[in-house]
Design a protein around this ligand. Sequence first.
Ligand SMILES: [Zn+2]
Length: 59
Amino acid sequence: MASRNTTAKDASFRGNKQSLPQKPCAACGRPMTWRKRWRNTWDQVKYCSDGCRQRGGAG
Ligand SMILES: [Zn+2]
């Protein structure tokens, strides 16, 4: 079992930045760029940070 060639995947991910989705923060209006940590919750993300979430805090 010596088949670990997963580095190619990471390499191909570079240079793909511009294709990442964006949307404005509901509190400060600054554009947020898709992040890996949001890959499962992107539709629910409304604020760029915890600070904005507390400020905007509408539901
Ligand atoms: Zn914000």
